[in-house]
Design a protein around this ligand. Structure first.
Ligand SMILES: [Zn+2]
Length: 414
């Protein structure tokens, strides 16, 4: 009797030790805590309306390190089904970047982000499907979210205007696009999905990637009996520029980055940041993205500069250059919105003028008005920017809130 009790106790202790090691607070999942050093600094999320699915586009180890370093996901699902916790699910993770769904922008503030080790155009493993199914079931139950609110990143990401797409557009990412397909969704327990893009239908965005749109909303080839239909979706990922395949199609928003290398047919090479005349890139030019890191959904690359990121305001903001949410930091110290400057002003802004595209003015801070008062829980995110009275522009992830001078201005993504 006594001996039996001891055995039961030992069993309990063993189980306890196992749960501690695995960090498993949710039953039926192998959860391992690998919290980001940024976890504790992230504000609690005020609401949870979506779960956003991502593919890492790289192997597990390096992805886990990067995601932890920048606090870019709540969970990572490895190929063997292990689920790593990176940011506490109650806090804000930076995973969706420039995003919009049903008119609501910046979904980081209202979503849980799950990264899946794998690639947007390749199948995920059986172990990942099993783990994802259970993780989703539990998160959907905690947050009361229907299947139609579990969305691939590519469905909600959008791009700022550029020389190829002068309007804000869908297609900035192909991240996790196969998780928009009915057949794969069914395998992870999701039985409903959006049947159209609400922001495209409402005219807020245009479609910049027709192949992606077919994957997300077109007929699912796996659901059809015909084998030939499985090649109906052209997701041509060739890295060579030709008619109908632009630098943007290949590199997306990395097209003009220093880490994007163009190798011309004559053998010479150039960095994306050195190219000015995007209209004259010859067919046969090969594009290599050397630094995928700069594709992070953080924010450091969002402050742009006339003369550096583009010849003029139009090249940087395209169709949005005179919009109220394009912010100009003029060289004389004034800060103006696109709709406050005359066309003549806009055309002649000198090199060195800095810009934020797609940003809202949170106003001035003072002793009586803190950063949190002005912009809420997003105050310390990398995508929030502070403009100090001396003209310096600093990301929210780098500021010390107790040292913000009077009359500091704050800007948050729309
Ligand atoms: Zn993603």
């Amino acid at each position: 009797m006594w001996y039996g009790k001891l055995r039961a106790l030992r069993l309990l202790a063993l189980l306890g030790a196992f749960c501690f090691v695995a960090g498993a607070s949710l039953p039926g999942l192998t959860l391992v805590n690998r919290y980001s050093p940024l976890n504790k600094e992230r504000s609690p999320r005020q609401a949870t309306e979506y779960i956003i699915l991502h593919t890492t586009e790289g192997p597990g180890k390096g992805s886990l390190d990067k995601l932890r370093k920048y606090g870019e996901a709540h969970y990572l699902v490895d190929t063997d089904g292990t689920v790593y916790r990176i940011i506490d699910r109650k806090r804000i993770a930076m995973h969706a970047g420039r995003s919009m769904w049903q008119g609501r922008a910046n979904l980081d503030a209202v979503s849980v982000g799950i990264e899946i080790v794998g690639y947007h155009d390749r199948p995920i493993t059986a172990a990942q499907k099993t783990a994802l199914k259970e993780l989703l079931r539990q998160l959907q139950s905690v947050y009361k979210l229907p299947d139609s609110r579990v969305l691939p990143h590519s469905m909600v990401a959008y791009g700022r205007p550029n020389r190829w797409h002068p309007k804000p557009h869908r297609g900035r990412k192909r991240c996790a696009m196969y998780l928009g397909r009915e057949s794969l969704r069914a395998e992870i327990g999701l039985h409903e999905k959006p049947s159209f893009d609400p922001d495209v239908r409402a005219g807020r965005l245009v479609v910049a990637d027709a192949a992606l749109e077919r994957v997300l909303y077109g007929p699912d080839p796996a659901a059809s009996k015909s084998r030939t239909s499985s090649v109906a979706v052209d997701t041509n990922d060739s890295a060579v520029i030709r008619a109908g395949r632009s630098a943007w199609d290949i590199a997306r928003e990395q097209y003009n980055a220093a880490g994007t290398i163009y190798r011309f047919p004559d053998g010479t090479t150039r960095k994306g940041s050195e190219i000015r005349d995007w209209g004259s890139l010859p067919a046969g030019t090969r594009v290599t993205i050397a630094n995928r890191d700069s594709e992070r959904e953080g924010g450091s690359d969002r402050v742009q500069e006339i003369g550096k990121d583009g010849k003029n305001a139009w090249e940087i903001a395209a169709g949005a250059y005179n919009d109220a949410d394009t912010i100009y930091f003029l060289l004389d110290g004034r800060v103006r919105k696109g709709n406050e400057l005359s066309r003549d002003n806009l055309d002649t802004l000198p090199a060195g003028t800095r810009m934020l595209v797609g940003y809202l003015d949170g106003g001035f801070l003072s002793r009586a008005r803190s950063a949190y008062d002005a912009v809420g829980p997003r105050w310390n995110l990398a995508t929030t920017f502070y403009r100090f009275p001396d003209g310096a522009i600093v990301s929210g992830s780098e500021i010390d809130e107790s040292k913000l001078p009077n009359r500091t201005m704050v800007f948050v993504p729309r």
